[in-house]
Design a protein around this ligand. Structure first.
Ligand code: ATP
Length: 298
């Protein structure tokens, strides 16, 4: 049996992110449209004889024990199929951390895909998604990839028109955002999304229409993220990056997830390169990428 395999764990951006209320269990009811982009972590999974689970990563702050979501994914997978091998996970990280681009979820998804391959595909993709959802709301999307609408906690996926090809510049600087803190900030702003609260969700009809037959300008006009207002207020660097992307030719720009990463959409590679260079001139580190459909299995 092969003992080692490698998978890319791709980042996502949110083209739409909104809250439509609260569920009985207290979770916010999320409505989102996610898109896989070509920025990725490379995840290498090795089966070992020693029965232990661990991770390695050269980036400071990435946990190497069971606090790493990829290690938790491995534990879950082994438990599910009743295997007792040890697993070593090496992560070559490029996705910025605590950025709203699902870096950890991408690593967990890649780990699940690697393990499923190493053990001869004992689980279907749907079963991997079910397992992944217990680790985090973004994990099922990271397993499937492409363009998807999600509701529930953001973990129930539904097909959505695919994003046409374009050029994307992502950027993330300064202090990261913890997702629970971002939700607390939202709650302080919008009546906790309880019945009768004053917040009115934005629908995804415009985005759907724009993705189906619109121009990049129409897609850009339909971007929405409820977290933008409160988070950009708290993270002025992210607000500056968003402005810089727009000043330097982005057709549209928006924060991804609960931030503080921001992305700009460009209709040519040259325009994206120019904007990336403008960000570099200011000392920032831009990531050039494109929307992708990473896996054939749907
Ligand atoms: P999401 O968009 O899914 O909410 P994120 O991109 O905002 O995720 P992550 O990069 O997943 O956030 O990191 C959040 C925290 O999770 C980090 O601060 C880190 O302590 C912890 N963590 C655990 N495992 C990983 C991992 N494999 N990669 C990065 N961070 C991880």
């Amino acid at each position: 049996m092969t003992r080692q395999t490698t998978e890319r764990g791709y980042a996502k951006i949110n083209l739409h992110l909104d809250m439509t209320g609260r569920m009985a269990n207290g979770y916010h009811r999320v409505e989102t449209v996610m898109q896989t982009v070509s920025l990725y972590d490379e995840v290498t999974v090795t089966l070992t004889e020693d029965g232990t689970l661990c991770a390695s990563c050269a980036i400071t702050g990435v946990p190497t024990d069971e606090k790493n979501i990829a290690v938790r994914a491995a534990a879950l997978f082994l438990g599910r199929i009743g295997a007792s091998e040890g697993v070593r996970i090496h992560i070559e990280k490029q996705i910025p951390m605590a950025a709203g681009m699902a870096g950890g979820s991408a690593d967990a998804a890649a780990t699940l895909r690697c393990l499923n391959r190493l053990y001869g595909e004992p689980l279907t993709v749907a079963e991997l998604c079910e397992l992944g959802a217990t680790l985090g709301a973004d994990v099922p999307f990271c397993i499937m990839g492409g363009t998807a609408y999600a509701d529930g906690r953001g973990d129930r996926l539904h097909p959505f028109p695919a994003m046409p090809d374009c050029h994307i510049v992502c950027a993330c600087e300064g202090e990261g955002v913890s997702t629970p803190w971002a939700y607390r900030l939202l709650d302080s702003l919008y009546d906790n999304f309880e019945e009768g609260g004053s917040y009115r969700p934005v629908d995804t009809d415009g985005l759907k229409q724009a993705l189906t037959c619109g121009t990049l300008t129409e897609i850009a006009r339909s971007l929405y993220n409820i977290f933008e207002t409160p988070i950009l207020r708290e993270r002025p660097v992210a607000a500056e990056l968003r402005s810089l992307l727009l000043e330097n030719g982005a057709v549209g720009a928006m924060m991804s997830g609960s931030g503080p990463s921001v992305f700009g959409l460009f209709d040519s590679e040259c325009a994206a390169e120019n904007a990336a260079e403008a960000l570099r001139q200011k000392g920032y580190r831009p990531y050039l990428c494109r929307p992708i459909v990473p896996y054939e299995t749907k």
